[in-house]
Write a protein that binds this ligand. Structure first.
Ligand code: CAA
Length: 381
């Protein structure tokens, strides 16, 4: 078993690391406070080839594997996980096209995202006010009208909802038929009848744009349906299986930053006449942080590798998402503890990391849902 990275992977990691250090980190606190969307940084990331990573080269994309993407995502999240989420949400948004789209649809819609002249983003519209964990219970209605569908309803918690030019949207043909009635669509976000609501004022990851989206008699041609009628639920599940390792990588980025900050602070800060890094009480916290981060990264890389091999990885994707995000939460809470009172102020970076980490246990399926997926897979084996 070879855990080493290839020269290409090391180069990708280095590019992303430099971008995070030079472009993201210096402005992360400012965007966290203002809650503004960092348009310029998103565009620069895209120009550098650090966004829409999973578009295959035959559709003019960078065509990276998931393990390669995870290496990049960890670096970006080290700089700011709100910005990393905004960048990575493009891959979440475009994966339904890869999973369910026809050749023609892939050429058209992935081509738009990969177009080197024009920066575009795509948002994944699945969750609803009354259907977050329960995807099969979604209510956004798609009624057939000739060769079109008319969509009515509301999506919520949509990352990049107010800034994306394209959406992948999940709607039901019949609210009583649960997962069997769900269809996936791809569409421009400026269709008549689509209205993004106000940006959510979130606890953490405040640089990412999260919104409600209203669909009021939105007409979508059948040619923009991804896959057959009723296949939308499976497309959503396949998408989440594929993207959850990236959430593991995001969590590793937050956790690594918390460890880096804690090590530096513990070496400097003195108590009882000595640097606090000399006390076992602090050393044990640092040791646990490092150990849990390493285990989180291994699970993340393993699940990404399985997906790159074409293996079904529902259980391992959920292992990675659940373990890494729980680890990031604990590591960031401990980082605040290492910093003591200073850690609880906005003068120091660790309180942001703690707020940012909390969302990771919630989005892309709560960690309770991950445990449910794991248990179901175990019981099937
Ligand atoms: N791959 C392929 N097919 C799958 C599948 C998978 N991973 N999981 C389930 N299926 C199939 C089942 O085999 C079943 O098929 P049949 O009809 O042929 O039997 C069908 O789908 C229904 O499956 P279940 O009975 O297991 O479905 P369920 O209603 O019990 O729900 C669930 C399963 C795991 C709870 C699912 O609803 C789920 O994952 N919920 C969490 C949703 C989520 O993660 N949302 C995140 C939104 S995106 C976001 O937050 C990102 C962001 O903005 C940054």
């Amino acid at each position: 078993m070879d855990f080493s990275l290839t020269d290409e992977q090391l180069a990708l990691q280095e590019t992303a690391r430099r971008f995070a250090e030079e472009k993201i980190k210096p402005v992360a606190a400012e965007y966290d406070q203002s809650g503004e969307f960092p348009h310029e940084i998103m565009k620069e990331a895209w120009e550098l080839g650090l966004s829409c990573l999973s578009i295959p080269s035959e559709y003019d994309g960078v065509g990276l594997g998931l393990l390669d993407s995870c290496l990049i995502v960890e670096e970006l999240a080290w700089g700011c996980s709100g910005m990393a989420t905004s960048i990575m949400a493009n891959d979440l948004g475009l994966t339904p096209i890869l999973a369910g789209g026809s050749e023609e649809q892939k050429k058209e819609w992935l081509g738009r995202l990969a177009n080197t002249q024009k920066f575009e983003q795509i948002a994944f519209c699945l969750s609803e006010p009354n259907a977050g964990s329960d995807v099969a219970g979604l209510q956004l209605l798609a009624e057939k009208d000739g060769d079109d569908y008319i969509l009515n309803g509301t999506k919520c918690w949509i990352t990049n909802g107010g800034v994306a030019e394209l959406y992948t949207v999940f709607a039901t043909l019949d609210r009583s038929s649960r997962h069997k009635g769900i269809c996936a669509f791809v569409m421009p976000s400026d269709l008549p009848g689509i209205t993004p609501g106000k940006k959510e004022d979130k606890m953490g990851q405040r640089a990412s744009d999260t919104r409600v989206i209203h669909f009021d008699n939105v007409r979508v041609p059948a040619s923009q349906r991804l896959g057959e009628e009723g296949k939308g639920f499976k497309i959503a599940m396949q998408t989440l299986d594929t993207t959850r390792p990236s959430i593991g990588a995001l969590a590793c980025g937050i956790a690594r930053r918390a460890l880096d900050e804690s090590l530096a602070y513990a070496a400097e800060r003195k108590a009882f006449g000595f640097p606090i890094s000399g006390f076992q009480a602090v050393q044990f916290m640092l040791a646990d942080m490092a150990k849990d981060l390493e285990a989180a990264r291994l699970l993340t890389h393993q699940s990404a590798w399985m997906i790159d091999q074409g293996m079904r990885a529902s259980k391992f994707s959920s292992f990675a998402k659940c373990f890494s995000t729980d680890a990031a939460m604990k590591i960031t809470v401990d980082a605040v503890q290492v910093f003591g009172g200073n850690g609880y102020t906005k003068e120091y970076p660790v309180e942001k990391l703690m707020r940012d980490a909390k969302l990771m246990q919630i989005y892309e399926g709560t960690n309770q849902i991950q445990r449910l997926v794991i248990a179901r897979e175990l019981l099937k084996e």
